[in-house]
Write a protein that binds this ligand. Structure first.
Ligand SMILES: C[S@@+](CC[C@H](N)C(=O)[O-])C[C@H]1O[C@@H](n2cnc3c(N)ncnc32)[C@H](O)[C@@H]1O
Length: 405
C-alpha cells in the first residue's frame, strides 16, 4: 500500500478526526430522525460519537479493520449509545460487506476513509458497478484511491435518498485526474455541500481535506454550496454551478478574490514559457554543481538572487538550468505562494520542485511584481492543490489571473 498523507507511513492511515470537526460534521445533515447510521473506517469513533449525540434514537453500525480501534470505539460508545451500537471488525472493502451486514440499508452514513492508494484487486469492479459508479471512477487504471471505493461501498448499503457525508482528500475535490470521478459522482448522487476543513482537523497530519455531503439519488444539476469550516463554524458560503463543481469543488478556489479594480493579465497571453526543473531530490543531493531547490528561496518574495555558478551549461535532456532574468517560483511546497524570486546573475540547475518563468523583457518587472504582491500570493494559494504540500500545475499557472501590481 502506498500512503497519500504527507510525512506518515501508517498502513491503515489512522489519522483521527478532531472532536470539533466531528460535531460540526453531523450538523451538516438535514435528516432529523434516521433509523440506521453506518460509519465505515470508524477508528476511535470521532464521527460516530458526534452522531450518537445528535441522533439519540438511531442504531449505529461501525466498521473498522483495526482491532485496537474496535476496543476503543466500543468503550466510548458504551457511554452514549450502549444498546444502539454494533461494531464489526471487518475489511470495509470486502466485496461481500453488504452480506456481512445482513443486507441492511442505512439512511445516514458517515465516513472519514483512509487516504491510501491500493493495488487493484478482484472485487473492486463489483463494488463500483453495484454502487452505480463506472469503472472509469478508478482515478488511475491501477492502483486505486481507497476513498473512491469507500464511497462506492457506502452507496451499496445506502437506502434511497440516504444522506451521506464523507471526508475526502483535496485531490478528489480539486485534482485534474479526479475530474472523471467528480463527473460520475455528481450525476450518480445529489451533492448538497462541500466544506473545506482547516488543515489541523486530524491527528498526526495537516492534510487538506473536505467534507462532501450528498443524497443517494441522481444529481439534478442544481447549484452546490461551498463553505469553509473555521473553529467557530461555517464561513464565507458561496454557491457554484454543477459544471463548475465538475472542474473543482474546493471553496478556496471558487471564493471570489478581493479585487482592487486594477487590470489583470495571464501568463498564457504574454508569451510566457514555463520550464519545470527535473532534478529529483536524490540527484540534487549528489549533484556537483549548484542546485536551486525550494529551500533556496531565502529572501522576501520578489527579491533578486545571485546564483553561485557561472558555468552551468544550458538546458539539456535531464537538466534544466536557471539563468539571469528567469523568474523562479516553487512548484511544490507548503509556502509556494511566497517562494518567488528573480535571477540577477549566475546559474544553477533547477530541482523538480521549481519552475523558471521566462517572459519577454517588457513583461519581466510586471510578472515579478504581480507574483510577489499580496494579490499574487492569494491567487497562487487559491489555485494550488494538494493534501499535504501544495502543488501548482503548469496549466493553472499559465491561466492564473494576475493583477498589475
Ligand atoms: C482516517 S482514519 C478515520 C477514523 C475515524 N473515522 C475518524 O474520523 O477519526 C481511517 C480509519 O480507517 C480504518 N481502515 C483503514 N483501512 C480499512 C479497511 N480496509 N477496512 C476498514 N477500516 C479501515 C483505519 O483503521 C482508521 O481507523
Amino acid at each position: 500500500m502506498l500512503h497519500a498523507y504527507a510525512g506518515t507511513r501508517d498502513p491503515l492511515a489512522r489519522h483521527y478526526t478532531a472532536e470539533f470537526v466531528g460535531s460540526r460534521f453531523v450538523d451538516l445533515f438535514d435528516r432529523e430522525h434516521p433509523a440506521g447510521i453506518l460509519d465505515l473506517g470508524s477508528g476511535g469513533g470521532a464521527l460516530s460519537l458526534a452522531a450518537a449525540r445528535r441522533w439519540t434514537a438511531a442504531d449505529i453500525v461501525t466498521v473498522d479493520v483495526d482491532q485496537q480501534a474496535g476496543a476503543r470505539i466500543c468503550d466510548s460508545m458504551r457511554l452514549v449509545a450502549d444498546r444502539r451500537h454494533t461494531h464489526l471488525q471487518l475489511d470495509a472493502l470486502d466485496e461481500d460487506l453488504p452480506a456481512r451486514l445482513a443486507h441492511r440499508s442505512f439512511d445516514v452514513a458517515l465516513c472519514n476513509p483512509p487516504y491510501l492508494t491500493l493495488p487493484w484487486r478482484q472485487g473492486f469492479d463489483r463494488i463500483l458497478s453495484e454502487a452505480g459508479l463506472p469503472r472509469e471512477a478508478r482515478r488511475n487504471p491501477s492502483p486505486v484511491a481507497a476513498e473512491t471505493l469507500f464511497v462506492a461501498q457506502i452507496l451499496r448499503m445506502a437506502g434511497r435518498r440516504a444522506e451521506i457525508g464523507v471526508i475526502v482528500p483535496d485531490g478528489l475535490v480539486s485534482g485534474r485526474r479526479a475530474r472523471s470521478f467528480r463527473r460520475s459522482l455528481l450525476s450518480r448522487v445529489s451533492v448538497s455541500c462541500v466544506i473545506q476543513l482547516p488543515r489541523r482537523s486530524f491527528s498526526g497530519t495537516d492534510a487538506q481535506a473536505h467534507i462532501v455531503v450528498f443524497r443517494n439519488e441522481p444529481g439534478g444539476g442544481g447549484d452546490i454550496e461551498l463553505a469553509r469550516l473555521g473553529e467557530d463554524g461555517l464561513r464565507e458560503p458561496i454557491r457554484i454551478s454543477w459544471e463548475a463543481a465538475e472542474n473543482r469543488m474546493d471553496h478556496e478556489f471558487h471564493l471570489p478574490r478581493r479585487t482592487s479594480g486594477r487590470s489583470t493579465f495571464r501568463l498564457c497571453d504574454i508569451g510566457a514559457e514555463i520550464v519545470r526543473g527535473n532534478l529529483s531530490s536524490a540527484e540534487a543531493r549528489s549533484a556537483t554543481q549548484p542546485v536551486f531547490h525550494t529551500t533556496s528561496f531565502r529572501k522576501a518574495p520578489g527579491a533578486s538572487v545571485e546564483l553561485r555558478s557561472d558555468f552551468c551549461a544550458d538546458d539539456r535532456v535531464g537538466r534544466r538550468v536557471a539563468r539571469a532574468g528567469d523568474i523562479l517560483l516553487a512548484r511544490v511546497d507548503r509556502n509556494l505562494h511566497r517562494k518567488v524570486c528573480q535571477v540577477a546573475a549566475g546559474s544553477a540547475i533547477l530541482s523538480d520542485c521549481v519552475y523558471a518563468i521566462r517572459v519577454p523583457n517588457r513583461w519581466k518587472r510586471a510578472v515579478l511584481n504581480a507574483l510577489s504582491s499580496p494579490s499574487g500570493s492569494e491567487a497562487l494559494l487559491k489555485t494550488s492543490r494538494g493534501v499535504g504540500a501544495r502543488m501548482l500545475s503548469k496549466a493553472d499557472l499559465l491561466e492564473l489571473e494576475l493583477e498589475v501590481a
